[in-house]
Design a protein around this ligand. Sequence first.
Ligand SMILES: Nc1nc2c(ncn2[C@@H]2O[C@H](COP(=O)(O)OP(=O)(O)OP(=O)(O)O)[C@@H](O)[C@H]2O)c(=O)[nH]1
Ligand SMILES: [Mg+2]
Length: 445
Amino acid sequence: MVDDICAIATPYGSGAIAIIRTSGPNAIWLVNQIFRGKDLTKVKGNRIVYGHIVYNNEIIDEVMVSIFRGPKSFDGEDSVEINCHGGVFVTHEILRVLLNSGFRLAEPGEFSKRAFLNHKMDLTEAESIMDIVNAENKLALKSSLNALNSSVHNLVSDFRNDLLDLLAKIEVNIDYPEYDDAVDVTHQYLEPKLSKLLSKMDVVLANSKVSKIVHQGINTAIVGRPNVGKSSLLNMLLDEDKAIVSDIAGTTRDIVEGQVNLDEISLHLLDTAGIRRSDDLIESIGIQKSKETIEKADLVLLVLDVSSELTKEDYELIDLVQNKPHVYVANKSDLAAMWQKDDIIYISAKNRQGLIELKEAIYKVTSLDTFNVNNPSLNNVRQIDLMTKAKAALKNAYYSCQMQVDIALIEIDIKTAFDCLGEITGEAYPDELITALFTKFCLGK
Ligand SMILES: Nc1nc2c(ncn2[C@@H]2O[C@H](COP(=O)(O)OP(=O)(O)OP(=O)(O)O)[C@@H](O)[C@H]2O)c(=O)[nH]1
Ligand SMILES: [Mg+2]
């Protein structure tokens, strides 16, 4: 049963206006009981009406209410949005009145969940609303808006339609072998079709890897042996003196974090303790943490000191970062260089030089230089995981084709791929996961 819900949709605090959202089959009738002005039950949808919220004959506030009639509303239900003065007290007074008048408080994300359940949007579109709210840069915002306008939905639906077409043809072959007009689904027929779908998925997954860092930012670990200038680099990137810098090796003991936007991309920076052999307990713990940080990072900036010879520790670190996207940063380039190396970015953190070159290198190593919001891509880990599963199932189907496995068995893998893709858009999704997903939304969304 759908009941009548309400929630404050604007952030806590004072502002010019606040919005209280309501939704449900009786929402308009219920608000009308506490509204002095026009009879809201007679107002058409998509109209705004001026009036007062009145409770026990007392005026609570002067308001504008927007009337939406389902299914032409955000969540598909009848809905009233009350625009009141943006004070904390007055907003909560109106909420209290609503709760006393037959509404219950909405759960986090419940409006969006209703929109999903009423087929106003699919899961990828619902997720994009969250992404728009959380966008930290222009590219993330643009790509989230594309997803809200069904870019991910259409991409996934195209794959599903192709798979559905194959499934239908196989079914006809199995169920009506005597039907001459049907396409004969042989291994030769399936193999090129599966191969084409697999290549298309590869392209989408490669684009999605980049899209994911556009949305979530790049977790960037700054590592190196002690005293090479890691904290100085952090300060240079942040343009503030956040981490302590000194000529004492082992200055940074714990991880220092910072956040910066490089053009259109967010970097979550982690300045780590210098890595060397140490008998100092506290320093050793810091060093262990540095190694763990490398493991978790999307990108490693390995800082080397160009003014002194490379040491054994430097070479060990060079080895350690090989299987991670990394940039070698040669710091202290204001001093005489003691060595040279290919693919290295020269900076002077002290003089704040080399930022443009470093930025270019970061874009290149993370493939951000190839990113285009219009490339077909998915936007988050959930979507990427499901397409990866779909791809694995299709790959099985493809190999089975090559080995001339019975088509009825191949059909099972194709069906698995079809279902995984359905989970991306929410067309095949268990109830409890839907609830868990929408709970991530803010109240009133
Ligand atoms: N000449 C010169 N000195 C620098 C540069 N960057 C850093 N330094 C100096 O190098 C020393 C170490 O700098 P930090 O930034 O503290 O080095 P770190 O790598 O964070 O050191 P630990 O935290 O001890 O591992 C300080 O005395 C800095 O002033 C640079 O670009 N040029
Ligand atoms: Mg440091």
